[in-house]
Each structure stands twice: as structure tokens, then as C-alpha cells.
Design a binder for this molecule. Structure first.
Ligand SMILES: Nc1nc2c(ncn2[C@@H]2O[C@H](COP(=O)(O)OP(=O)(O)OP(=O)(O)O)[C@@H](O)[C@H]2O)c(=O)[nH]1
Ligand SMILES: [Mg+2]
Length: 565
């Protein structure tokens, strides 16, 4: 039995990834080394390529591996495209890997997609070897040393600010084979026994699908979790089909079973391979379509555009990428999402938000196949592919998934997200040293003042009190302060009674001296307002309020029967 490690080969276009995959591999799968005619015509990798190399167990893993029944170590290389337009495929490929080879053209150094691959690697696997390729081009030994030293220094500087484990840097030539054995030795020394959960329900990320006449349909892919045995019943959720496993192969050898981390081809009783191509095969009823989800957001610091509520982002989950509308909110607590907790609406993510938990409600334009805790990556892929800025905006794990297509009626009303708003008014007069009358907080005609009673206010001079009651007509309210107000504040307010006539402004309302004319009164209040044109129909909100912000979906999901067509 082999211990299989999936090694992603990522890097900028033309850095030499496919040449390296070919040079390292002893076995090629049906989809490897740009065999696809379109790939050959365009001279670039268009899709994921898979190939493998088997090596002896490295010394530091021997004992543990032998105890677990592993005789050899197998590297399955996932050769990713490099072209900017194929980033969805790159992100998809990166989600099935245990370790990454980041290929850099030594002559060109770090290029835009090198940086994006670093970010993708940081989000998905964190174990990496940097490969400085094409050293054969740097013929002059002194110039080669200088270039490579400069590159190593630059890369070390970038990596020092990232979350990768210790990262070796190996200079090679994939074309001439120079230092390839050093690279394999480095891979062996970095190899580890990944955590595999073979007891979870089976899940298989399918990357290619084809029919074999008289036998069935073969799906090649990577086991994401669980175990599969010959004869097992599996589901193809996209097609809502259940089928039986007829045979299992790993790099052309037959097996009785496969487990998490394995790269395999499974032959399933006949279905149309064109209807799946890429997607998920899993244990029956394990995965369903998800219409919306809550994710705890980790923003990518290299993403320089705003991340705003109501904006659309491309969300990649496994091999699937779909547009979703984002709504941001934050709250206290341990970072776990709960529908019983109250949250505060966030209009735009700021740098301060890196220190607190920010969640995003994702409303997918089309339902996606996903599961609890699945990793998602949010990006803006509609920007110019020649632009050099980072397109990857955030990542996160699905903390709550919504499988109900009518979630706008069932789930959204349960969400307790509130919006802070501030109202300001002026102090008309002091009744005594603890009671003030305020005007201008509400319109003269406002008939909802009672709903604000009990909410906090603060004076520009800092004292905090509450709205005690409504006061007469004309939108006035009475404020109460727990402590007597300081003398100087009271004297500025003109003490009891109406203010002296000379202190009044030209306003028709009697108001006090100028120094306190603009006393802002903050109130953190929620009241739903059905006439508000805003999608969230929120006028004023408070974290402490018991009334909720009402959410309406921005994206009407297609009816359930449309799924996957
Ligand atoms: N001189 C030299 N050329 C190389 C080396 N490795 C790759 N090349 C050449 O670089 C070009 C691109 O190589 P590929 O392996 O297709 O690059 P890639 O990174 O897979 O390209 P994409 O998948 O399209 O991003 C080809 O012409 C290769 O022959 C190397 O070590 N030395
Ligand atoms: Mg390639």
C-alpha cells in the first residue's frame, strides 16, 4: 500500500510547471502533460494534469508508515495551469493538495500569478517548496549566483510575512534535469503523514469523466474524505443519480478500496459522462445543494479593493465557482456563528476588522454543492487578466449552510443583524439638573417616539442618559441622567425654563445658547421601516434593541428543479 501525497505544481504562466511534472513523474494519468489537443495548439496548460512518482519511504516516516501498512510513498502531482484566466481551475486544484511546489522562472522572478499562487497556497495547504526553474538559462556562473541569491532573499522576505511552514528553496532546471534529485530529496524530507479521516462519509472530487464501452463511466479524481469499497453505492448529487462502484484503479492498478487523499479512477455503472465532467461523487444523501451560507471571513491583506456588503464576489468551493452577494456582520463571542446571537451590520471591511470576527452571508446566484466546514475562496475575477493586482479577496470555512431554496422566507428572518445609526438633536432646556428636554431628534409629526423610550443618549459634553419619555407634541422627548449634570453644562443650557430670548437662533423653535446648539444625541435604536427603499429596510438600529433588521434576498435562486441544468 502507498501513502499518497498530493503535490500541487503552481506558478506563473510558462514558468515550467508541466515540464517539471513530466521530469519528476514516472507514471502519467490519462490527463497529464498537456495531452489535450487544445492545450497543444495554444501552448499552455488548460486543465489540471495528474501524474505520479513512487519513492522509498523517507527515514523520518518509516516507522510510522510501516506501522500503518504503507510500503512506499507516492507523490501525485497536480499540474495546474498558470494563465491568469484559468485561476478558477488553479484554486480548485489547490484545494485537493497536501503540499505545493511553487515554480518561479529564475530569469523573471516573482510575477503576478506567482503572488496569487502564494496566496492560494497559504489559504489551502501552507506546506511549500519554492522551485527556481530554468537555471540553465543563467549560463554565467557568477551571474547565476548573483541572480539566485537576489531571488532567494526576495522570496524569504515575502515568506516572512506569510503563514507557510519553513520553506526550502531549490534551484533546478526542469529541462536539463539539473538538481532534480535534490528536489526529490527535499520533497522527501518535507513529506509528512497527513491527517486523513477515513470514517467520514465518502466524498470524491471528480476532475475528468469518460465512458468505457460495455463497462461503465469512469470518474477520475481525489478522495476528499472517507473510504470507498468495490460494490458501494454512491450518489452523483449534481445529477441526483445513485450508482454502483464496479471497479477501482490507482494509476492503472486495481484496488478493492480507496481512502481520503488517494488519487483514483472509479468505474461507475453507466451514466452520461458529459453531464458531469467535473464535480462531486459521494455517499448517498451526503451532499445537497446550498443556496446561501454563513462564512467566517479571513481577508487577504494583498487584496487592495474594498470588500463591501451587497457586493458580488466569485466564490470557489471545490471545483465549482459561482457568483454570490455578500453581506458582512460582526459580533462578540468566540467566533462561532449562531442564529441566537445578535450581530452588527458591517458596510465595508476595514483594516481594524482583522482583529475581530467578521462573518459574511453569501447568497449564491446558483445553488452549489457544498458541505459544512468546506473551504471557500472569494475573489474578483471579472477584472482585467492583465492587471497586476491581487484578485483573491478572502477565504473562510462554511460555518452554516442553508439548503432551503425558500431561505429568504425561512432563514433570513432568523438572522439578527442590526445596524448602528445615530440621531442627533438639540437640547431645548433643562427641567432640573437631571432632566433635559430635547428637540430635533424626531420629526414634529413622528408618531413612533414611544419606541425609542429607554434608549441611551449622550451629550456632546460626554454625559450619558436615556430617553425617559416623549414630551408634548412637536417631536420632543424628555431625557434623564443618572447623576446631576455638572454646573457648567447646566449654565450653558440656561438652567430651568426656556432660554433667554437673545440666545435663541432664528429657528422657530426655542433653543438654547450656541455652545450647546449642536449637542448630538446618539441613539442606538432599531425600528423597521417598511417604506425605506434600502434592501435591508433598516432605518435605525441598535445592538441592544430587540427588534431585528429585516433582510430581503438580492438574488432570487432558481427553482429547485433548475438545479444543475
Ligand atoms: N531553458 C529552459 N526552458 C524550460 C525549462 N522548463 C520549461 N522550459 C520551457 O518553458 C516553456 C514553458 O514550459 P511549460 O512547462 O509548458 O510551462 P508551464 O508553467 O507549464 O506553462 P503553463 O502551464 O501554460 O502556465 C516551454 O517552452 C519549456 O520548454 C527549463 O528548465 N529550462
Ligand atoms: Mg503547464
Amino acid at each position: 500500500m502507498y501513502l499518497n501525497l498530493n503535490i500541487g505544481i503552481l506558478g506563473h504562466v510558462d514558468s515550467g510547471k508541466t515540464t517539471l511534472a513530466r521530469a519528476l513523474s514516472a507514471i502519467a494519468s490519462t490527463a497529464a502533460f498537456d495531452k489535450n489537443p487544445q492545450s497543444q495548439e495554444r501552448g499552455i496548460t488548460l486543465d489540471l494534469g495528474f501524474s505520479a512518482l513512487q519513492v522509498d519511504l523517507p527515514e523520518h516516516l518509516r516507522e510510522q508508515c510501516e506501522a500503518a501498512g504503507y510500503e512506499k510513498l507516492q507523490y501525485t502531482f497536480v499540474d495546474c495551469p498558470g494563465h491568469a484566466s484559468l485561476i478558477r481551475t488553479i484554486i480548485g486544484g489547490a484545494q485537493i493538495i497536501d503540499m505545493m511546489l511553487l515554480v518561479i522562472d529564475s530569469e523573471k522572478g516573482i510575477q503576478p500569478q506567482t503572488a496569487e499562487c502564494l496566496i492560494i497556497g497559504e489559504l489551502t495547504c501552507r506546506k511549500m517548496i519554492v522551485v527556481l526553474n530554468k537555471v540553465d538559462v543563467l549560463r554565467d556562473p557568477a551571474a547565476q549566483k548573483k541572480t539566485l541569491d537576489r531571488l532567494r532573499k526576495g522570496i524569504a522576505g515575502v515568506l516572512s510575512k506569510m503563514a507557510f511552514d519553513e520553506t526550502p528553496i531549490v534551484a533546478i532546471s526542469a529541462a536539463t534535469g539539473e538538481n532534480l534529485s535534490l528536489l526529490v530529496d527535499t520533497m522527501k524530507s518535507k513529506s509528512f503523514i497527513p491527517q486523513r479521516n477515513v470514517k467520514l462519509p465518502f466524498m470524491f472530487a471528480v476532475d475528468h469523466c469518460f465512458a468505457i464501452k460495455g463497462q461503465g463511466t469512469v470518474c477520475t479524481g481525489t478522495v476528499l474524505q472517507g473510504t470507498l469499497n468495490l460494490g458501494d453505492e454512491v450518489e452523483i448529487p449534481k445529477l441526483k443519480l445513485q450508482r454502483k462502484i464496479k471497479s477501482i484503479q490507482m494509476f492503472r492498478k486495481s484496488y478493492q478500496s480507496i481512502r481520503q487523499g488517494d488519487r483514483a479512477g472509479v468505474c461507475i455503472t453507466q451514466f452520461d459522462p458529459k453531464s458531469l465532467e467535473r464535480g462531486i461523487v459521494c455517499a448517498p444523501n451526503h451532499i445537497q445543494h446550498v443556496y446561501a451560507a454563513i462564512v467566517r471571513l479571513c481577508s487577504v491583506k494583498y487584496y487592495k479593493r474594498p470588500i463591501k456588503s451587497k457586493a458580488k464576489f466569485h466564490i470557489t468551493c471545490g471545483y465549482e465557482t459561482v457568483l454570490a452577494t455578500v453581506l458582512l456582520f460582526t459580533g462578540a463571542g468566540d467566533g462561532a456563528f449562531s442564529t441566537t446571537q445578535q450581530y452588527e451590520f458591517v458596510d465595508e471591511l476595514s483594516t481594524d476588522d482583522r482583529d475581530r470576527f467578521v462573518f459574511a452571508l453569501l447568497e449564491f446566484e446558483h445553488p452549489i454543492l457544498a458541505f459544512q466546514d468546506a473551504l471557500i475562496i472569494g475573489s474578483k475575477l471579472d477584472t482585467d487578466v492583465h492587471a497586476t493586482d491581487c484578485r483573491i479577496a478572502f477565504s473562510g470555512r462554511l460555518a452554516h449552510i442553508v439548503r432551503d431554496s425558500k431561505y429568504t422566507e425561512t432563514f433570513l428572518p432568523e438572522l439578527q443583524i442590526y445596524k448602528h445609526k445615530t440621531k442627533s438633536g438639540t437640547i431645548q432646556r433643562a427641567v432640573n439638573d437631571q432632566e433635559l428636554i430635547a428637540v430635533g431628534l424626531f420629526k414634529k409629526t413622528a408618531n413612533n417616539r414611544q419606541a425609542f423610550v429607554g434608549l441611551q443618549v449622550s451629550l456632546s459634553s460626554g454625559e450619558r442618559g436615556v430617553i425617559e419619555d416623549t414630551f408634548g407634541a412637536s417631536g420632543k422627548v424628555k431625557l434623564r441622567f443618572p447623576e446631576p449634570l455638572p454646573e457648567d453644562v447646566l449654565s450653558r443650557l440656561g438652567a430651568k425654563g426656556p432660554p433667554p430670548a437673545e440666545a435663541c437662533s432664528s429657528s422657530s423653535m426655542p433653543i438654547c445658547r450656541e455652545t450647546v446648539l449642536s449637542v448630538p444625541i446618539e441613539s442606538l435604536i432599531m425600528s423597521s421601516c417598511s417604506s425605506c427603499p434600502d434592501r435591508m429596510r433598516c432605518c435605525v438600529a441598535s445592538v441592544s434593541s430587540t427588534k431585528r433588521l429585516e433582510l430581503e434576498s438580492s438574488t432570487a435562486p432558481p427553482p429547485p428543479d433548475d438545479v444543475g441544468t
